[in-house]
Design a protein around this ligand. Structure first.
Ligand SMILES: Cc1ncc(COP(=O)(O)O)c(C=O)c1O
Length: 488
């Protein structure tokens, strides 16, 4: 609704410019700004005159002038309207936008080009081999909705709507710490953990707090590009380290340590991303030894701890006795669902204090309602129950994938049945242009991840990472057959 005309039209009496002219000019200005749009009706001359405290004839004069100039149109018995023949407001808007852009052109913006968007399935019926995401159709949605409802029904529920603890709700931190100590042999206290919106935020904050511009940071290559990006963004000089059967090549890492002081090493030891391999105990001990000897921090990204099919789950590096410099990052994205943005970072108290202070400059706190709802699910054992059920389903799907690969891909690619995680890593026996392969497959309705995403130099790899957990048997079969056909 328009404000009273008195406040829109600012009339000055006793000036050189006549009042009718002021009314006419100001109405034109409002039309040009787009606030009075073509076709809009104007008040009758009597009403406007009363509103403005002027003689009716003054308004009539202004209207007549604007009608003569084509700004307004009058229709018998209907009233006066802004002319429909005027250039449409859209065009005016465009001009305004262009004007403001031209002013902003002089600003220099920081370009953020690193992020690689996750392939979101389009409407096309695609078979998507994603990068190892859980099947969101299995997520404990009803349980989560019930927990949400209960939170809004409890006494003092209004508390939930105020500012909250910047480290995350104590209830959730307590539940996560209990899970970490029971399932992962990790012992942190409440001040050594900060709940973040997913592990991506935890990695970003970690990099910002840990790394100063120019510091050396070693990363696994191939590896997880969004993690490369956060370290680069913090100004790190990146040292890609190759992998061998056991994980990050510690010999190469030690050579690098001898050449320069390394600030941090980022690893995914539980299920290396993208190769899915678990880092074995001796390699873990060697990495910790190097960290203690050369004084670098280990950023351990334990992104999908819960889905391990092997007989024994190796405990995180951070749980080892001599893990003095390990920062532990994990999340519930794989355990519950990626859209439940609950991740966490745990480490020395002083480190977490700095991280929390930084977090507050971009995000005052997390989402207390979601955090309490998730805590409730954890306390009631529903998250564990869900994990057990999902693990069973993924185990079956992994077996189906294994059979399909045996049948259709054996001659084409080498692979291991992954001990854990929700993806297979296939290395082609002969050279395959995987960029072209991805494009070709897309035409047949199959989506795979472009492999240049995994390598530090952004060169495509002779391999594929096939996330299988969200696919039904029939989709997997069609998908694998099409991949095999495209490779022959
Ligand atoms: C290796 C790795 N780290 C971190 C993440 C980030 O997960 P989120 O931010 O959803 O917790 C992912 C997500 O797929 C991942 O694969």
């Amino acid at each position: 609704m328009l404000r009273p005309w008195k406040t829109i039209l600012n009339l000055e009496f006793g000036t050189e410019k006549s009042v009718f002219q002021q009314i006419a000019d100001q109405l034109i200005a409002e039309i040009i700004k787009g606030r009075l749009k073509p076709g809009m009706s104007l008040p009758g001359s009597r009403i406007l005159a009363e509103d403005l405290g002027v003689n009716r004839k003054t308004v009539v004069l202004a209207y007549e002038q604007l009608i003569a100039e084509g700004w307004l149109e009058a229709f018998y018995k209907k009233g006066t309207f802004v002319s429909e023949k005027l250039p449409k407001q859209k065009q005016r808007r465009k001009q305004i936008n262009e004007d403001s852009m031209s002013a902003l052109k002089n600003f220099s913006f920081t370009a953020f080009n690193e992020g690689v968007p996750i392939n979101i399935p389009t409407d096309m019926p695609l078979i998507v081999f994603n990068d190892g995401l859980p099947d969101v159709k299995l997520a404990p949605l009803d349980e989560l909705a019930r927990a949400y409802k209960r939170i809004f029904q409890q006494k003092a529920r209004w508390r939930m709507l105020g500012y909250a603890n910047e480290r995350g709700e104590e209830r959730l931190r307590t539940a996560v710490l209990l899970m970490l100590s029971m399932d992962r042999a990790l012992n942190f206290n409440l001040n050594q953990i900060c709940i973040t919106r997913g592990s991506q935020m935890a990695l970003y904050l970690t990099a910002q707090v840990l790394v100063k511009p120019g510091d050396f940071v070693a990363i696994e290559n191939p590896g997880y590009r969004p993690a490369f990006d956060v370290f680069k963004r913090a100004g790190a000089r990146m040292l890609p380290v190759k992998l061998d059967e056991q994980g990050i090549d510690v010999k190469e890492l030690e050579k690098l340590c001898k050449l320069q002081s390394i600030k941090a090493v980022y690893v995914t030891p539980h299920h290396q991303f993208p190769t899915t391999r678990s880092m074995k105990a001796d390699r873990r001990l060697e990495l910790l030894r190097l960290s203690n000897q050369y004084g670098f921090a280990i950023v351990e990204d334990d992104y999908d701890h819960d889905y391990h099919f092997g007989s024994r789950t190796l405990q995180p590096l951070a749980s080892y006795q001599n893990a003095h410099n390990v920062i532990y990052v994990s999340s519930l994205s794989k355990l519950i669902a990626p859209a439940v943005r609950v991740g966490y970072v745990a480490g020395p108290e002083s480190f977490i204090d700095s991280l929390v202070a930084l977090r507050m400059t971009i995000d005052r706190q997390g989402d207390p309602v979601m955090e309490n709802a998730v805590a409730e699910l954890m306390e009631e054992g529903l998250v564990n129950k869900h994990a057990r059920r999902a693990l069973g389903i993924y185990r079956e799907r992994r077996a189906i994938m294994t059979r399909l690969l045996e049948t259709h891909m054996k001659g084409l690619a080498d692979y291991e049945v992954p001990e854990g995680g929700l993806a297979f890593w296939l290395v082609f026996k002969k050279a395959v242009n995987t960029v072209q392969l991805a494009e070709q497959l897309l035409k047949t309705g199959v989506q795979v991840i472009s492999t240049e995403r995994f390598s530090f130099d952004e060169q495509p790899l002779n391999a594929l990472r096939l996330g299988y957990a969200s696919l039904e048997a029939e989709e997997m079969e069609r998908g694998i057959k099409l991949i095999a056909a495209a490779c022959y």
